[in-house]
Design a protein around this ligand. Structure first.
Ligand code: F3S
Length: 683
């Protein structure tokens, strides 16, 4: 007879918290001789109410009954007005409203503060709904069925829709979908607490497998009745009992059936234990095998069960919980996401209570139901039974570890610049804030910091103080070091005489600077081109990639001399001279020097022609300098070309005569025609 108890059977966190605290408060009040009341029965279970009453907690039906006494507000919560009245009339008020319900109050109060309406899906007679409605400052519409959606007035369009914390998720989905048909852009906030749904799901899973199913709880509790209904649909042998003695005898016969047990949220541990003990205590043993089986079941149950009375500190459920995962603050565990609300995410970490992560502590913003995530236990118990979790702490811890490692190794780490602050920039290194002083922003000082915001940058950690959560970093140091490393790597690769690629970066009067990948070299103007008259801009363009020859390297002075012209063939001016200067061509050129027998005229750099004294003028001249001066520009005619001897004979006279053919007037000096041509000197 395998016996299984659903893990979430019994008190939920809110009820457990209320019962435990109420018992302690009542006992403290007895010592102070102060009567202590709860406003209404603390929970829907008269056995618990009776036990609390024995411990000094009475039930008040109105605040006036508790005038001048201690008054406990139960986990369902009350309206704001009732709470204020209680504070004004009772001597001490203990508000044990469940944190989930309290959050619901906060949500409706905040949204309705400007008079905006609220729609609550839930049972209008339930104390939680009555209390929640009392925190709304505008109109409140309470509905509990699809039909009722039709009755919503038009002004409900601006409402926020919330729900009873114990509402079935499927009911929420149905009704919210119906509301959306009428008001497509209505705002909604699912305020369901996962405890009830989780209990239902676990009970249903058990009921599917069980031959017999026992639901323990008050027959007056709506939630226990719902639990019973959902189990009865899946297991026809389901019973609802308040005490063990109600279990019918046919349920207590020994069979091979699985027997499942679950309990409503108001069922105390000791009642659950009573039922488990009772089911283990089956008298009829049919065979040695069965006896062994029974013994095994008993031992298993005994491991979880407790011999002490229910009022003892260590309850049955605590022991069951003890057999579950143990956790401690600071521990990292894996958990499954079981509920997501706007403000927080509920994670099943295999502990007796689910854990809560506030949105601000959640790093994985796209987390979805059913995802397994890694979380850190911030607090095993926040005082209200909640396990507080964080994802951010894990990331922060990893980030700090990496920052420390990089600091110690003097390595860089990437950060993102987030904002300009007084005196510098604030960067985020995997979520850890790092300050970059203004002097450490860039290699050249700048106080124009806004353009850096949003940039990713490699940072060097200058200082860390984990206790004070302080990191000082330098972008400048990282850039300078990186440049230095690149420079050294580039120098190591350079060899005199090699041809390398480079990018033209800037021009100067004396040459052009070329980036060789971390180091700059200079092409002196004399090494740019064979034609010395050309400037850097005539030959190159900025950012152009070129091949250059390394002429010399001076690592000490960090000077690299580059050559461009060395990669081109030096032009030979006398090549193809006859084609360049055919006989009869008339050119305008400058006289470069004079001699006794004529004038040398430059046709191009490296090519001078001779104009013999007899060819200088139309009339006879005695001295060359009588007709010409160096630097003077003249028209000359090519009259002879000797490539081998590198001689070109020119004639100013013939150029003049050719010009005269088109001229009608008198030609000066025409009367002089006597001249003789001396030998031309070799260059
Ligand atoms: Fe609170 Fe959820 Fe229980 S709302 S009272 S923990 S069912």
């Amino acid at each position: 007879m395998p016996l299984y108890v659903a893990p979430s059977a019994g008190f939920c966190m809110g009820v457990k918290n209320a019962v435990t605290k109420a018992r302690d408060i009542a006992s403290a009040c007895i010592e102070e001789e102060l009567p202590c009341f709860s406003l209404g029965e603390l929970i829907h279970n008269h056995f618990v109410v009776e036990k609390l009453s024995e411990g000094g907690l009475k039930v008040a039906q109105s605040i006036d009954e508790a005038m001048g006494c201690a008054l406990i507000i139960r986990s369902h919560g009350v309206s704001e007005a009732v709470l204020e009245e209680a504070k004004s009339k009772a001597r001490a008020v203990y508000d044990l409203t469940c944190p989930f319900v309290k959050r619901l109050h906060d949500v409706v109060k905040s949204y309705s503060s400007g008079g905006k309406p609220i729609i609550i899906i839930g049972d209008e007679k339930h104390p939680e709904i009555i209390g929640t409605a009392g925190w709304c400052e505008g109109e409140v519409y309470i509905l509990n069925s699809l039909e009722e959606v039709k009755s919503l007035p038009e002004q409900a369009e601006n409402a926020l829709v919330v729900c009873q914390t114990t509402l079935q998720p499927s009911k929420w989905d149905e009704i919210i979908a119906e509301i959306r048909k009428r008001f497509p852009s209505i705002k909604e906030k699912n305020t369901i607490c996962s405890a009830t749904h989780k209990r239902q799901l676990e009970a249903q899973e058990l009921a599917k497998k069980a031959g017999r199913m026992i639901v323990v709880g008050s027959k007056k509790s709506a939630n226990t009745l719902k639990l019973y209904d959902s189990c009865a649909k899946l297991c026809k042998n389901t019973i609802l009992v308040e005490r063990a003695e109600e279990i019918p005898s046919h349920f207590r016969t020994l069979t091979w059936d699985i027997i499942g047990i679950t309990a409503g949220a108001s069922t105390p541990d000791w009642l659950l234990k009573e039922v488990v003990d009772n089911m283990n205590d089956i008298e009829r043993i049919e065979s040695p095998e069965m006896e062994a089986q029974l013994e095994g079941s008993k031992q298993a149950a005994a491991k979880a069960a407790v011999k002490e009375e229910p009022s003892e500190e260590k309850s049955f459920m605590d022991q069951v919980a003890d057999s579950m995962k143990r956790i401690r603050n600071g521990q990292t565990v894996q958990g499954k996401v079981v509920q997501i609300t706007e403000d927080e995410v509920c994670v099943n970490i295999g502990y007796k209570s689910d854990g809560l992560i506030k949105r601000s502590e959640l790093v994985d913003k796209d987390v979805a139901l059913g995802d397994t995530i890694e979380v850190e236990i911030v607090k095993v118990n926040d005082g209200e039974g909640n396990v507080i979790l964080s994802q951010r702490n894990i990331i922060n811890r990893k980030a700090w570890a990496e920052i420390k490692e990089k600091f110690e190794a003097a390595e860089y780490i990437e950060g993102e610049i987030k904002e300009v602050v007084k005196g510098g920039l604030l960067a985020s290194i995997n979520g850890v804030r790092a300050f970059i002083p203004m002097s450490q922003v860039a290699p050249r000082f700048t106080d124009k910091l806004q353009p850096f915001v949003g940039q990713k940058a490699m940072l060097k950690i200058l200082e860390i103080d984990e206790a004070k959560k302080r990191v000082v970093a330098s972008r400048k140091a990282a850039i300078i070091e990186k440049q230095q490393q690149e420079k050294e790597a580039a120098w190591a690769k350079l060899q005199e005489g090699e041809v390398v690629k480079g990018i033209v970066r800037r021009f100067a009067a004396f040459g052009a600077f070329v980036d060789l990948g971390g180091v700059d070299g200079l092409i002196h103007i004399s090494d740019l081109s064979w034609n010395r008259t050309l400037t850097p801009a005539d030959v190159l363009t900025i950012n152009e990639e070129i091949d250059v020859k390394i002429l010399s390297l001076d690592p000490e002075k960090e000077r690299i001399q580059l050559g461009l012209k060395q990669l081109t063939t030096r032009p030979r001016p006398w090549d193809n001279i006859e084609e360049k200067y055919p006989i009869g061509t008339i050119l305008t050129r400058k006289v470069v020097r004079l001699s006794d027998f004529g004038a040398f005229i430059e046709l191009e750099p490296g090519v001078d022609g001779l104009c013999h004294i007899s060819q200088i003028s139309l009339h006879r001249i005695n001295k060359v300098e009588d007709a010409l001066q160096p630097g003077q520009e003249v028209n000359v005619k090519v009259i002879a070309v000797d490539p081998e001897k590198k001689r070109i004979s020119l004639s100013i006279r013939e150029a003049l005569e050719d010009a005269a053919e088109d001229y009608d007037g008198e030609i000066p000096g025409e009367e002089f025609g006597d001249y003789s041509e001396p030998e031309q000197d070799e260059e």
